[in-house]
Design a binder for this molecule. Structure first.
Ligand code: SF4
Ligand code: SF4
Length: 330
C-alpha cells in the first residue's frame, strides 16, 4: 500500500498548491490538526472519555456525517442564514473571493486561499474556520481536564477522525503520552493505513474501534472512494495479534449495506473473530447542513435513516448466526 499522501502532495493532486496557509501535519510531530474535541463522550469506548477528532481522511464516504473531517487542512464553513450583511468580511479579503448578494454572503472558493481573515472578523459567526492546530502539550492539557472522570468511570481518551492515522506521528505521540500517564486509550479508525503505521500505534492502544463499511471491494470503492483489501488485511492482522480489544463498528447505510443477505454474509465473516463488541451504527442525516456550509453537494439526500425496527431485524440476523455481542447505536 502506498503511504498516505502528505498534505502538500494532497493539495497538488487537487490543484490547490496555491494555498500557502496550510501547515504540514502528515509528517510533522509538533502539532496535530483537529476539528473537534469532545469531552464527556460516552459513545467512543467504555466509560467517560475525551474524544479527539483529527482532520483528514483517505476515505470519502458519501454518507459521512462529519464532512469537515475529510480534508487534511483547515477550511471555512459558511452559514448564510446568520449573515447580517455588514460587509466586514469583504474589507479583509485580499483575494476578492467574497460578494454580498441580497444581504447575504457568497464565497467563490476557487479564489479563496483560506487565510481565515473573514472568519476572524465576522461578528455573527456566519463564516467560521474548521480545523485547529494544537501542540502535543495543548492536547494533553485538554485531556488532563477530565482525568478524574476517566479513572472513576473506566473511561479514557479516544483518538478519532477523520482518520487519526492520517497524522501518524502526532497520533503516535499523543497515545504514548496518554500511556505514560496511565490513561486508557482507544483508536477509532477506518483501517486504511499501512501496517507499518498501524503496528507502531497499536503498542499504545488499549481498544481498537474498527469500521467495516462493505465486504465487496467494488461496492466499498463506490461508497468510500477506496477499495477494502488493505482494511480487511489490517483487521485480520489486528485480531491475529492476540490480546488486543477490538470493537467492530458497522454503519448501516440505506441501500448500501442494509440488506438481510449482506448482513448474513457479514455475520458469517466476523463470527470467528475474537471481537469484544459489534456496534450497528445507524445512518443519520445530522451532518447534511454541513455540506452546504462547506460548498459541497450531499449525495445521500434521498436516503432515509433506518428505523429502530429495521436495525433490530438486522441485529436479530447477526444473533441468529451466533453473535451475541451486537448493539444498536446512534
Ligand atoms: S478565507 Fe475568507 S478572507 Fe481569506 S481568502 Fe478566503 S474568503 Fe477571503
Ligand atoms: S462579516 Fe459575517 S455577517 Fe458581515 S457580511 Fe460578512 S459573513 Fe455577513
Amino acid at each position: 500500500m502506498p503511504e498516505l499522501p502528505s498534505v502538500s502532495d494532497f493539495l497538488k493532486e487537487k490543484g490547490m498548491a496555491r494555498l500557502n496557509t496550510i501547515r504540514e501535519t502528515n509528517q510533522g510531530v509538533a502539532e496535530g490538526l483537529m476539528f473537534n474535541i469532545q469531552r464527556y463522550s460516552i459513545q467512543d469506548g467504555p466509560g467517560i472519555r475525551t474524544t479527539i477528532s483529527l482532520k483528514g481522511c483517505p476515505l470519502k464516504c458519501k454518507w459521512c456525517s462529519n464532512p469537515e473531517s475529510q480534508n487534511p487542512y483547515p477550511e471555512i464553513m459558511v452559514r448564510k442564514a446568520r449573515c447580517n450583511g455588514c460587509g466586514k468580511c469583504l474589507d479583509v479579503c485580499a483575494c476578492g473571493a467574497i460578494t454580498l448578494n441580497e444581504d447575504t454572503v457568497q464565497i467563490d472558493r476557487s479564489r479563496c486561499d483560506l487565510c481565515m481573515k473573514c472568519a476572524d472578523v465576522c461578528p455573527t459567526e456566519t463564516i467560521e474556520s474548521t480545523g485547529k492546530y494544537m501542540s502535543l502539550k495543548e492536547a494533553m492539557e485538554e485531556v488532563g481536564k477530565d482525568e478524574l472522570f476517566y479513572r472513576n468511570s473506566g473511561g479514557g481518551v479516544t483518538l478519532s477522525g477523520g482518520e487519526p492515522l492520517y497524522q501518524p506521528e502526532f497520533t503516535l505521540n499523543l497515545l504514548k503520552e496518554c500511556k505514560e500517564r496511565a490513561l486508557s486509550t482507544a483508536l477509532d479508525i477506518s483501517g486504511y493505513a499501512s501496517w507499518r503505521v498501524l503496528d507502531r500505534v497499536l503498542k499504545y492502544t488499549d481498544l481498537v474501534l474498527f469500521d467495516i463499511k462493505h465486504l465487496e471491494p467494488a461496492i466499498h470503492r463506490k461508497g468510500t472512494g477506496r477499495g477494502n483489501q488493505l482494511i480487511l488485511e489490517n483487521l485480520k492482522k489486528i485480531v491475529d495479534a492476540g490480546q488486543r480489544r477490538v470493537w467492530l463498528r458497522i454503519p448501516i447505510i440505506p441501500n448500501y449495506n442494509d440488506s438481510e443477505q449482506y448482513i448474513e454474509k457479514l455475520a458469517e465473516a466476523v463470527t470467528k473473530m475474537p471481537v469484544e463488541k459489534i456496534s450497528l451504527l445507524s445512518y443519520h442525516e445530522w451532518g447534511k447542513p454541513k455540506y452546504e456550509s462547506l460548498g459541497r453537494d450531499y449525495l445521500f439526500s434521498d436516503s432515509a435513516p433506518p428505523g429502530q425496527e429495521r436495525l433490530q431485524a438486522l441485529k436479530d440476523i447477526m444473533q441468529s448466526k451466533g453473535l451475541h455481542n451486537v448493539t444498536i447505536d446512534y
